[in-house]
Design a binder for this molecule. Structure first.
Ligand SMILES: Cc1cc2nc3c(=O)[nH]c(=O)nc-3n(C[C@H](O)[C@H](O)[C@H](O)COP(=O)(O)OP(=O)(O)OC[C@H]3O[C@@H](n4cnc5c(N)ncnc54)[C@H](O)[C@@H]3O)c2cc1C
Length: 411
């Protein structure tokens, strides 16, 4: 309900959520109309500096190019590390050897690595700084409610300010209060696993190599960071999480060594690990009248292939390009036909990636001998077919049909 007598502030677009998706979208939208669009981002988290968070994300080449086009990559690059090579094994925890049966020596066309590791804190800081520099209006408040009218959407913020906009973008993460307010249902299930994340240091260099060991209780991935350090994303069954996280540093490190091995020398843990519960979640619609879901508010997938944020960046590249076209023609930025074009463009690739990651996790996170034989055959086959492997690598990059930002071109 809009309180009588209060006249709303006006904005072109309001974004609810200022995490990686919300801030990236805000920068893309400011660029889309040469800085003329009033873009407001609301997030109570703006009240505090970025939380210390040891997560680092594998960004596909297209995502890195997008951050270059938006003018933030230079600030992130010193803390980022290219992934040059990826090795996948499938074994039990106590197997004496882990035969390698899938390798990606990964470069996209012009010698560019197919992915880079970038710390979440560095990305958020760079995005916040750039958003401030280009005049994004950032407010430390939540989206509390909204009412959709024929020509505008009127949004109530948690400080009771009213904002009138053409479009509200939900970048408010998996729980997405905005998605619930828009009455969009989700399909959801728990993986009964959590992702344990920490950073380790090792004595010898990793040479840009990422490894993923498919173990019966979930994949254990090590991803290269600058210097002799790697990020760990360790998926474990929920029933084991409390016991693992309550181990002292020495015993926990012994568990990590059991999975990582000592090939890079002795390991040191840089921070106490944290765990994130892992779920599958897909919104039944990505749009409602004058509302677009972007990033985790639309889809949450298993981190087995490090693609959750990458999907969100693809959403942003598509939506920002459509909005740029509307803005150039002076058309409604919340037009339902435009929103449905966005939904059509994003639905199939998102569901496909969600199905692949869900299937991989089901296929590998168990010790069934028949499935073990089947998956070993399947991955061995992929490794022997260079053209198929190249397709996987090219998919991590962007093609001539990709939206401009994913090709590193400004809007
Ligand atoms: C263990 C793990 C490892 C992962 N590794 C990778 C990887 O290597 N590569 C990759 O691509 N992806 C990875 N992901 C996925 C990635 O973390 C997410 O896809 C990404 O962080 C989602 O960003 P977001 O901005 O959409 O949502 P969030 O980061 O959840 O941000 C949502 C924001 O909305 C705000 N908010 C909430 N409610 C409101 C409201 N009512 N009003 C205003 N603001 C609100 C919150 O304060 C928050 O800042 C991983 C995920 C996990 C769990």
């Amino acid at each position: 309900m809009i309180p009588p007598g209060q006249s709303p502030e006006r904005a072109a677009i309001v974004i609810g959520g200022g995490g990686l998706a919300g801030l990236t979208l805000a920068l893309a939208l400011r660029q889309a109309a040469g800085g003329r669009l009033k873009v407001v981002v609301c997030d109570p988290a703006f009240a505090t500096p970025p939380r210390p968070d040891d997560r680092a994300f594998a960004l596909a080449a297209g995502g890195k190019r997008m951050f270059e086009a938006l003018g933030v990559w230079d600030r992130v690059a010193p803390q980022a590390e290219p992934i040059r090579d990826m090795v996948i094994t499938d074994s039990r925890l106590n197997d004496p050897v882990r035969p390698v049966f899938l390798t990606f020596a990964g470069e996209v066309d012009d010698g560019e690595p197919f992915a880079s590791m970038a710390p979440q804190g560095a990305l958020i800081r760079a995005l916040r700084e750039e958003a401030e520099r280009v005049g994004v209006d950032m407010r430390a408040v939540a989206i509390k409610d909204f009412v959709t009218g024929p020509a505008r959407i009127t949004i109530t913020l948690s400080d009771d300010t009213l904002m009138d906009a053409q479009l509200l973008c939900a970048c408010d993460g998996g729980p997405s209060p905005i998605r619930r307010m828009a009455k969009i249902d989700v399909v959801r299930w728990s993986y009964d696993q959590s992702g344990i994340v920490t950073t380790i240091a090792h004595e010898r260099p990793h040479h840009g190599r990422a490894e993923e060991h498919f173990l019966p209780s979930g994949p254990f991935a090590t991803l290269p960071l600058p210097g002799n350090e790697s990020s760990i994303v360790w998926s474990e069954r929920n029933e084991n999480i409390d016991a693992l996280l309550s181990l002292d540093d020495e015993d926990l490190l012994a568990e990590i060594e059991k999975r990582f091995g000592l090939k890079l020398g002795r390991l040191t843990m840089k921070a106490r690990p944290k765990a994130w519960p892992l779920n599958f979640q897909m919104a039944r619609r990505f749009v409602a009248p004058r509302v677009a879901l972007v990033g985790d508010s639309a889809h949450v997938i298993h981190p087995i292939a490090g693609q959750g944020l990458n999907l969100g960046l693809e959403d942003i590249a598509v939506l920002a390009e459509l909005i740029a076209e509307q803005a150039a023609l002076g058309l409604d930025l919340g037009d339902i036909d435009m929103l449905e074009t966005y939904e059509r463009a994003r639905r199939t690739p998102t569901v496909a990636m969600a199905a692949v990651t869900d299937g991989l996790n089901r296929l590998f996170s168990n010790d069934n001998p028949a499935l073990r034989a089947l998956r070993d055959f399947g991955l061995g086959l992929v490794d022997r077919l260079p053209s198929l492997k190249n397709r996987f690598i090219q998919e991590a990059a962007a093609s001539a049909q990709s939206p401009r930002l994913l090709r590193g071109l400004p809007l």
